[in-house]
Design a protein around this ligand. Structure first.
Ligand code: DTR
Ligand code: ZN
Ligand code: ZN
Ligand code: CA
Length: 439
């Protein structure tokens, strides 16, 4: 839509956001209804999650066949995940620790915004054992929460709670990374974590559908989700000390999670309700060299990935509409010359007192046939430049994304510009829209 004059939309009605609480899930619909007031979680693309697994497999193959603590494959895995989150607008940090004579890494990714005193955390260990690439254990959980985090960014989701995601190191050596994180947290910071969701093995080839039996609200959120799909779940009773939720549980953080099974054997009764093979392990390649991309059940991975997104959206009880947002938008099309000079789209912000926020939502809508050609910056009224996308995304089409920018050092009112430059010949496009939302 072409409007010649930037228009300002008045404050957007706020949607009620609910605190952490049970779902109003129904058994009727294909997907349970979301808690009233919460935005519906997007579907998580199985293709996208499997692409992350393919990438993790390639990393293992290029690094001695594993992604284990202290090996090159683990650090390469951490760098891979971090790069995607940085590009999506997350605030990331690498926490280092030493165990078994080697440096370990935890990756912590915060989604700007939400109540900093109400943190909903999701985590998965990213390390494998030394004997294999660890695609189900635990590329599956790592890839699923990565894609969920990217979906939060693409949706420009503004939950009432603050969202944090973590990829743990050295879980296979005894929950070392997650223990280090929890033990290093000041008590005041621990108390802000209102829920920790753990995902360790969620794509097992002979899958079960197990829900952790710890915090009842979190457990109900997952059970209601699966009930809405007509799938019976079982309680994961044995896992208490066996994955990264344990350190959080030990300090009183409400925990929950999903599990598709490891080396125990599926019973006939379980095969009756879930399919698969009775008398066979849920994952015959557990901790083995055959835990590759072939060691995944797509249906279980897809269902569990969607269940993760559902729980993150529901338990953070936010909305995609900022509580009291003032929106300024320019929808005039601006052609981007191929391999040429930079062009800009401008919005004139007025009537906002003081400085811009630390979570300024920058809506970018660029139509282009090769997004990797583009350098995209936000230019503040005083000329300060904030990089949004710098030749990222390769041959994929378009950049349609909401970036969250810490613009708190900028005066809010004035002419803000989206600056776009195509730096490679062939493939062209145009700015379709540029939007700023002030919470
Ligand atoms: N210890 C995890 C796998 C594992 C085994 N039992 C459970 C129960 C709940 C979560 C995870 C697990 C590992 O090998 O990484
Ligand atoms: Zn393991
Ligand atoms: Zn594991
Ligand atoms: Ca080009």
């Amino acid at each position: 839509m072409n409007t010649s004059v930037p228009r300002r939309v008045t404050a957007v009605a706020a949607l009620a956001a609910l605190a952490l609480g049970g779902l109003t899930g129904t058994g009727a619909s294909a997907r349970p209804a979301e808690a009233a007031g919460a935005a519906a979680a997007p579907d998580i693309s199985l293709t996208a999650v499997k692409q992350h697994l393919t990438d993790l497999q390639s990393i293992a193959t290029s690094n001695g066949g594993n992604r284990a603590h202290g090996r090159a494959g683990y650090k390469a895995s951490i760098d891979f995940v971090k790069a995607k989150l940085d590009a999506a607008g997350y605030t990331t940090s690498l926490q280092t620790f030493t165990t078994s004579g080697a440096t370990g890494y935890n990756l912590i990714a915060d989604w700007p915004g939400g109540d900093p005193n109400q943190v909903l955390m999701s985590g998965s260990h990213l390390d494998s054992v030394t004997s294999g690439p660890g695609i189900n254990d635990n590329g599956s959980g790592s890839a699923a929460i990565l894609e969920t985090a990217l979906a939060v960014s693409r949706a420009g989701y503004q939950p009432s709670k603050h969202l944090r995601f973590a990829w743990w190191g050295a879980e296979e050596l005894g929950l070392v990374g997650s223990k280090y994180y929890v033990n290093s947290l000041p008590t005041t910071e621990r108390s802000k974590i209102k829920g920790y969701l753990n995902f360790d093995m969620i794509g097992s080839p002979n899958p079960g559908y197990f829900v952790y039996d710890d915090d009842p609200t979190i457990e109900k959120t997952f059970k209601d989700y699966y009930a809405g799909l007509g799938i019976q779940t079982e309680i994961e009773t044995e896992g208490d000390g066996r994955s990264d939720h344990a350190p959080f549980k030990n300090v009183g953080v409400p925990v929950g999670g999903l599990f598709s099974g490891a080396d125990y054997t599926k019973t006939s009764a379980q095969a009756q309700k879930w399919g698969g093979t009775a008398g066979q392990a849920f994952d015959r390649c557990y901790h083995s060299s055959c835990d590759t991309t072939a060691n995944i059940n797509d249906t279980a991975l897809d269902r569990n990935s969607d269940a993760i997104a559902h729980a993150v959206w529901t338990l953070s009880a936010g909305s995609t509409t900022p509580p009291t947002g003032k929106v300024f938008e320019n929808t005039a099309d601006v052609s981007v010359p191929d391999n040429g000079a930079a062009v800009t789209s401008t919005v004139n912000v007025t009537g906002v007192t003081g400085n811009a926020p630390s979570n300024l939502a920058v809506g970018v809508d660029i139509v282009h046939t090769y997004r990797g050609d583009l350098v995209v910056d936000l230019v503040a009224p005083d000329g300060s430049v904030y990089s949004l996308s710098n030749r990222s995304g390769g041959s994929a089409d378009n950049i349609v994304q909401t970036f969250t920018v810490n613009a708190s050092s900028e005066v809010a009112n004035g002419a803000w510009k989206l600056r776009v430059q195509d730096k490679a010949s062939a493939d062209t496009g145009y700015i379709n829209a540029f939007k700023l939302t002030f919470p």
